[in-house]
Design a protein around this ligand. Structure first.
Ligand SMILES: C[S@@+](CC[C@H](N)C(=O)[O-])C[C@H]1O[C@@H](n2cnc3c(N)ncnc32)[C@H](O)[C@@H]1O
Length: 225
């Protein structure tokens, strides 16, 4: 199942004001806009936002620089705030602020959708060679469990599995480093080991050299109370 299909199982997006916090390359922003949502993609800097802006093909989405813990958006301006693999990137002591900000920008009856990668599966094993995210991912789960403090009720949880297919080791490097450019140094230092793991883990994809990896995800749907 892909991210959009999982999201659409749980919340409706057409005609809604949707915020994608930490939108990365903007694939979900464009997909949501194509589904009829009015989308705003948020990234932490102009450089982190550049790919999403560049790839946008006139989707109608808006983009802004800001952080989860201080969204550059008006109070009561959104129906859905999406954190797709983003919450564990917020500094742990600021994660509760991120949920409070989501609650602030959501209209009454709005939804915060938190999708986090689980600490299992061969994609986790592979990417852990660059950065071990166990602690920050656990902190994100604890924050979601305490969402009540932000005025959000945990309404529903759901797990699904993404299949991440990468053409070659350079495609893995591009994906991992796009999240955080400081990872380049570790990736290059460990390239031979990572290349071995890339060949050993996962399974062959449909194209020569391509490998596909399992990445289980957990979603929590939080509603304003
Ligand atoms: C793993 S990527 C996920 C990107 C995209 N949502 C996706 O699923 O492909 C995490 C993103 O969170 C962004 N990020 C890091 N710290 C953040 C913060 N404090 N607030 C919002 N986004 C942040 C990063 O720049 C990065 O693009």
């Amino acid at each position: 199942m892909d991210d959009l299909a999982a999201l659409e199982r749980l919340v409706s997006v057409s005609g809604r004001d949707v915020v994608d916090v930490g939108c990365g390359g903007g694939a979900l922003v464009r997909a949501l806009a194509a589904r009829g949502a009015r989308v705003t993609g948020i990234e932490i800097s102009e450089s982190q936002l550049a790919a999403a802006v560049r790839e946008d093909d006139g989707s109608g989405a808006r983009y802004a620089v800001g952080t989860a813990e201080r969204l550059p958006l008006a109070t009561d301006s959104a129906d859905l705030v999406v954190f797709m693999r983003t919450l564990h990137h917020v500094p742990p002591d600021r994660m509760p602020d991120a949920l409070r900000e989501a609650a602030r920008v959501l209209r009454p009856g709005g939804v915060a959708y938190i999708a986090e990668p689980m600490t299992e599966g061969d994609f986790f094993e592979l990417t852990s060679m660059v950065e071990d995210e166990r602690e920050v991912r656990a902190a994100a789960q604890r924050t979601v469990a305490g969402a009540g403090a932000a005025g959000l009720d945990r309404a529903e949880s759901f797990e699904y599995e993404v299949r991440v297919c990468l053409a070659d080791l350079n495609a893995l490097a591009a994906r991992v480093i796009s999240v955080d450019p400081t990872r380049r140094e570790v990736f290059e230092a460990r390239r031979p080991e990572i290349a071995d793991a890339f060949a050993r883990l996962g399974e062959p994809g449909g194209r020569p050299g391509e490998r596909c990896f399992r990445a289980p995800m957990r979603v929590d749907v939080l509603r304003t109370d």
